[in-house]
Design a protein around this ligand. Structure first.
Ligand code: GLU
Length: 304
């Protein structure tokens, strides 16, 4: 398959629609991101990268960071994480509070905000310097020492993150947050603020498509079994309450973020990163999903 041609076709087909959707403005520092951006990068398990558009421009990865935190927590704790977080799609918005009360402070899955706050808490409990741990992890995987938190975005979310504060406090009242709420929120806002490009993302997440082994270094990041499970969770919970629609249109494990990025896994073959900041109502990149749908149509790479 000529992936260079496929990626260029996707780019050319998407080009007229660039600018669709609405930039996330509930985090004020994200409101000024120009909407007319689009990038697509594909990294195959043999190490080749095919790309088009704004692929070197760093953007706020937001909820895509939840995959990194889950990877660290699974590696530290293994299956015991499921005592504190579920693994079912929520069918509710990513920042919803309603289910938590009915379900006694146990979030539905690690990719909604409540679930990621619990995972974030676990990682803090297992490291002396969680921010440094994550930064070292991402810099190594991306092979880019300049990857960093965007402190302005983190601060902006801290100042406006009342709902996340409510979620964390609520779960603390059920005993499902171990560390100080302020500490957990601070780390959560920082990991969401990680600023990375499409190229950084395909380098970082290549292990997801490669049975848990980083393609560049050959280093094992997760066991084959745990890696499979992260992919399963992405398939069932990775796109908020639009996960069914995404499975219908694309049919691959993926994780989106409100910065407009989406990482998508073709198991045992390749990892794809797309970015376009215009979002739909549930918080997924409009053009990003269109691009992935076109990619799958051209390559027939859905897992179904
Ligand atoms: N930091 C964002 C929040 O907590 C992440 C949301 C997202 O990307 O889904 O609202």
């Amino acid at each position: 398959m000529d992936l260079k041609r496929v990626v260029n076709s996707v780019y050319n087909e998407i080009k007229p629609s660039i600018g669709k959707g609405k930039v996330a403005d509930y985090i004020p520092a994200l409101a000024n991101i120009p909407i007319n951006k689009f990038g697509i990068a594909v990294k195959t398990n043999d190490g080749n990268i095919y790309s088009a558009g704004d692929i070197n421009e760093p953007f706020s990865i937001q909820s895509i960071s939840k995959v990194l935190l889950l990877t660290l927590a699974m590696d530290f704790i293994g299956d015991d994480i499921w005592n504190r977080v579920g693994r079912e799609p929520s069918g509710n918005p990513f920042n919803s509070l309603v289910q938590l009360e009915r379900e006694n402070g146990i979030p539905r899955n690690p990719f909604i905000n409540a679930g990621s706050l619990v995972i974030t808490d676990m990682v803090i409990s297992h490291s002396n310097d969680a921010k440094k741990l994550l930064l070292d992890f991402v810099r190594n995987l991306s092979n880019n020492p300049s990857v960093n938190y965007d402190f302005e975005v983190a601060q902006s979310e801290k100042e406006h993150g009342f709902r996340n504060a409510a979620l964390a406090n609520f779960m603390k009242s059920y005993g499902n947050i171990e560390n100080q709420v302020e500490l957990v929120l601070d780390y959560y806002f920082h990991h969401c603020s990680l600023s990375m490009s499409c190229i950084d993302l395909v380098n970082t997440f290549s292990y997801l498509a490669n049975s848990g082994i980083d393609v560049n270094s050959g280093k094992r990041i997760l066991s084959k079994e745990l890696n499979q499970r992260v992919n399963s969770l992405m398939l069932t919970c990775g796109l908020y309450d639009a996960v069914g629609d995404f499975a219908y249109r694309v049919g691959l494990p993926a994780k989106s973020g409100v910065g407009g990025g989406i990482i998508t896994v073709v198991p045992n073959e390749m990892i794809i990163a797309v970015w376009s900041p215009g979002l739909d109502k549930v918080g997924n990149s409009v053009i990003g999903i269109d691009a992935l749908e076109k990619f799958v149509k051209l390559t027939n790479k859905s897992i179904f």
